[in-house]
Design a protein around this ligand. Structure first.
Ligand code: COS
Length: 381
């Protein structure tokens, strides 16, 4: 099904058409094979980067696409509908460019952003640690000032692009305990002492492996401090506000793909002499799935439009991430059910969609953390 969209400019409509074309030709036919082999699609991502998709919501002055978030998210959604791992890669890369774009000095932005946004480089975001994922403010990775640099020691966990990133945002402790002792550094992947560990064996998204990254006395130049010392936690949280919208858009795209596949199957599959979609039990299930996808898209785009308007959107982003990813889990599970036994085998993509949906409820803040963020906003009034 083609999703009906209201886009703000003709340029954005052209962009969406181009993205759908590339994703149909280059991504959709390859997704299942790459996932089955667990092969990282580095060259395909380069192709997306060269098409301008690695810096869409950032300033054109620094090589970005100058697109509003509502457009960027709809691009992500269309890519996720063809291959979640590719959309997630763009989302994580875009997240990784946020600290410099939003908090870098003019000199840092001029020096660093054009390459980061240019499509050839891939970023990683190192916040979580083995002992602290949800409680990010308790991190223990330490950056010790030493002359004209920082010496970073510690281990980061669950890092997307651990083995393929060209640059790492590293959140680390430069001061005392708690969120106010944290700073943000930007490290090049070739830095001695940055050592990606063995890939985790994951339930899904095997084409995009995650791993711990050890920082073993890695020396990062002092001019790679992004924002002030002690500002790292706020930078990380702001980046995640934006990043969570990316995850929500990925969830909407994945769920749309599952819905479309289930509808197609239910129209064609006959039992008891009629297409199964004509049985109310199946038709109503599909109706609920379709309604949930539309509602999640609306919530996600609403939060994006608040961001584009420069209004506070942290709470709405948490709601979007929570609602869209729980929705994707439910819709992909129901899609498997619509296909019955066929849904349980890898000949059809819905069992993969269902496995892929699970991680979206966990990354960039578990959905329990999203509830905590929303509840704290409600409590503050
Ligand atoms: N934007 C800007 N600043 C923010 C912010 C946001 N969205 N959220 C919090 N802050 C600021 C607070 O205003 C506070 O500032 P001050 O020190 O000036 O008062 C500071 O950050 C600490 O905030 P808070 O007290 O709320 O921190 P907590 O330790 O209680 O943690 C949660 C808050 C749980 C929301 C945070 O740790 C979190 O989001 N955890 C999940 C991390 C995550 O998503 N990890 C996923 C892996 S990264 S891909």
């Amino acid at each position: 099904m083609t999703v009906e969209r209201i886009l703000p400019t003709p340029e954005a409509s052209d962009l969406l058409a181009l993205v759908c074309d590339i994703a149909d030709r280059e991504l959709a036919p390859r997704a299942a094979d790459f996932e089955a082999r667990g092969e990282f699609p580095r060259e395909l991502l380069r192709l997306l980067g060269r098409a301008g998709l690695f810096g869409l919501p950032y300033d054109e002055e620094y090589g970005g696409g100058g697109q509003p978030y509502e457009v960027y998210l709809q691009v992500l959604e269309e890519i996720a509908a063809r291959w979640l791992a590719a959309a997630e890669a763009i989302s994580v890369h875009t997240l990784s460019c946020y600290p410099v774009a939003a908090h870098g000095t003019d000199a840092q932005r001029k020096r660093l952003l054009p390459d980061m946004l240019g499509g050839e480089l891939l970023g990683a975001y190192c916040l979580s640690e083995p002992a602290g994922g949800s409680d990010a403010g308790a991190m223990t990775t330490r950056a010790q000032r030493d002359g004209d640099g920082y010496v970073v020691t510690g281990t980061k966990a669950w890092i997307t692009h651990a083995h393929h990133a060209d640059f790492f945002n590293v959140f680390c402790r430069t001061g005392g305990p708690g969120p106010r002792g944290i700073s943000c550094l930007l490290a090049d992947a070739g830095t001695p002492g940055i050592v990606p560990q063995a890939a985790e064996r994951t339930m899904a998204l095997r084409a995009s492996p995650i791993a711990q990254v050890a920082f073993d006395g890695a020396r990062i130049p002092a001019d790679r401090l992004i924002g002030e010392e002690g500002a790292g936690f706020r930078i990380a949280m702001q980046a995640l506000d934006a990043g969570r919208l990316g995850i929500a858009a990925c969830a909407v795209g994945l769920a749309q793909a599952a819905l479309d596949y289930a509808v197609g199957y239910a129209r064609g599959r006959e039992q008891f002499g009629q297409p199964i979609i004509d049985f109310q039990g199946v038709g109503f299930l599909l109706a609920d799935m379709a309604t949930a996808v539309s509602a999640a898209r609306a919530q996600t785009l609403w939060a994006a439009r608040l961001k584009d308007a420069g209004r506070p959107y942290s709470q709405e982003a948490a709601k979007a991430k929570l609602f869209a990813t729980d929705m994707a889990m439910r819709v992909t599970t129901d899609a498997v059910q619509v296909l019955g036994g066929a849904g349980y085998v890898a000949d059809h993509p819905v069992e993969r969609y269902m496995r892929e949906a699970k991680v979206l409820q966990i990354v960039e803040g578990t959905n329990q953390i999203q509830r905590m963020v929303i509840a704290r906003h409600l409590a503050k009034g």
